[in-house]
Design a protein around this ligand. Sequence first.
Ligand code: PMP
Length: 352
Amino acid sequence: MKKHNFSAGPSILPQEVFEKASQAILDFDNTGLSLIEISHRSKEFVAVYNKAVALVKEILEVPSTHEVLFLQGGASTQFLMSAINLIKNDGGKAAYINTGSWSTKAAKEAKNFGEVIEVASSADTNHNYIPKGYEIPTDVDLVHFTSNNTIFGTQFQAYPETEAPLVADMSSDIFSKPVDVSKFGIIYAGAQKNLGPAGATLVIVKKDILGNTGRAIPSMLDYQVQIKGESMFNTPPVFAIYVSMLNLEYMKAQGGLKVIAKANEEKAAMLYQEIDNNPSFVNHVAKEDRSLMNVVFLLNDTSRDAEFLDACTAAGISNVKGHRSVGGFRASIYNAMPKESVQALINIMKKF
Ligand code: PMP
């Protein structure tokens, strides 16, 4: 029986995407070859790559000022890659908003390349809100934030305003709603939540912010090299790109990001309503900052945690254990999560 999979990532993708992907492993488009045994430079794979890029541009309405890349090394490599490509070699500074573990890791990497200014932090309350009303210095080379905090269940509803290149880690909410890409210098996201399998990392970068640091950048980490090579400076993650392309086709067929966003709002509202109305459960995130992707909650009586997890397992609900740094539970309800699965979780919560 197919499980109700609430995993935070790698995570659920549409069943139709899994089916098409498994077919392409056996015989890709009636070529008599598996997708994963053909050259990345073959016309068949180049067509896949071009289609994936074109679909990202179409679905996210990426302006012509920006380039789309599929790189490797996960979002974690983008922590340093965004910094090395933007922070000036001589006296460079970068502003970081600290909303949890991932933004802390991003800031740590940036410290290798210049001064890092923490302009705001939610660490005082174990990251259960998104900071607001802070000032961002004007003389910085980039402003970095994490749009959705996968572990703490918070999400930026409005993005920081700055003249400096705005860099966003959108790993866990990319493609969940429309975004005005023109406002960003760099958007990056590990594929393994709303896009595709782990192994590909989506990067959308504004071309005219590059090449200004005065530092030597190793080729693999240089966005300009990657743009020139159309993500094929080395062998790209062909399977991950192919499955991402299938999922992008699926998103387009669904009606695009406005339709997807509405479904996400409905699913999250159902679950938060249950948490707020059920006296056994509680969510400590500031209401206006609650994530629509990762819903964290606790049992008021934590001695019953194991009992709740057992009840979930018995109902075919998997991966709802919270991250070790916050405890409790986390239901990741990405795009591909059916409403019925959210309802299945709610039913168990009601019984509890
Ligand atoms: N940023 C966010 C918001 C994440 O959720 C994750 C992974 N869960 C990462 C970065 C790290 O991504 P990766 O494992 O692709 O390096």
